[in-house]
Design a protein. Structure first.
Lengths: 209, 209
């Protein structure tokens, strides 16, 4: 298997997931700042030219971070990061999707139309600066909602490390790379992130790729 | 199993999925116009007070439409609507997530802050009218992108009916209930929707619940 990855929360989510699983893959780093992902060659692998893309040994191409994580869990169930029963998997997926839709999507759209505008505007549809500010503010409100849901627990669901924790952590860390930080009052998430930071898999956030 | 459902694309997605699977469940209809989903009782079942919620016989509560569909596929694999191999499942999930994130999320946020404002503004965070218009326009651009990806195929992926088709169809149908229609030029999706309309499962869109 070959992973095409880059800076950003989604490729790094898959990289953390791989480390947690103990799966080693060949990795090709694409410099998204200079637009290495915008090449025709990469478009053949991923029509949206997003990262990450996982290329299987038979040439099959998988995209979308959480979808790749589901695939990795299926081919190597242990350690369990999504769930070992249909109910446990549903719980992890529920939280991963909520974070994705309620937090990560508006946060990403807000960044692309706001601080990330010079890079993203020539490349894709971005919202206006004003709409971006609204989406960022909405995302912050939803971070506070998640903070309340987390409470004093160490993990978002299932009383153990899951994909949902990794999604939340990767978007917190991503924010940190672009001048954002958790909104005031998100003390539970601040504690959660500090604890996640101690994991071996978090080391990928300290690399340059 | 008991399904708490209502009007809207997400509960109806699960209902179509159930019909396609041939699974019958007890169904409790919540009138979201009058706010039956805003009750304290329902909040105990679903902290976000969204629909649908699937209550299992042991009291376990599942939420999020695509997550419930994944659960139903796991407990009853046939007919296959997500996939019968890890690769096939990854392909369906990839498309379902792209439609969810690139189309359904901005379309929903656009509706809530636009035409749906009188109902949604008192209930949740909605964006301004201006931002809503931008999000709706972005969603329309992405519908045209999906139209190009569909081309002359009958199904979005895997050469057969999948969850991805059902997600796309449910958001097209939902749009139809609130005065929206596919953007000009989306001829492939128009043909796709007409074909989907012939399925028995599409009949739920003709009911009042």
């Amino acid at each position: 298997m070959k992973l095409y990855s880059s800076l950003g929360p989604n490729p790094r989510l898959v990289r953390m997931f791989l480390v947690e699983k103990g799966i080693e893959v060949e990795r090709i780093h694409l410099d998204i700042i200079t637009g290495e992902n915008r090449s025709d060659d990469y478009a053949k692998k991923n029509v949206m030219q997003t990262t990450p893309t996982l290329e299987l040994d038979d040439g099959t191409l998988l995209t979308e971070s959480t979808v790749i994580c589901e695939y990795l869990e299926e081919i190597q169930p242990n350690p369990v990061l999504i769930g070992s029963t249909p109910e446990e998997r549903a719980e992890t997926r529920r939280w991963a999707r909520r974070i994705d839709q309620e937090i990560a999507v508006p946060m990403t759209m807000g960044f692309r139309g706001g601080g990330g505008r010079p890079m993203f505007e020539p490349r894709m549809n971005v919202v206006s600066t004003e709409a971006a500010a609204e989406l960022s503010a909405m995302s912050d409100k939803h971070w506070l909602w998640l903070d309340a849901q987390l409470g004093d627990k160490d993990h978002i669901c299932n009383d153990k490390l899951t994909l949902a924790d990794l999604v939340a952590f990767c978007f917190i860390k991503f924010g940190g790379t672009v001048g954002w930080s958790l909104p005031d009052g998100a003390d539970n998430l601040t504690r959660f992130a500090a604890k996640m930071e101690e994991r071996d898999s978090a080391a990928i956030w300290r690399g340059e790729e």
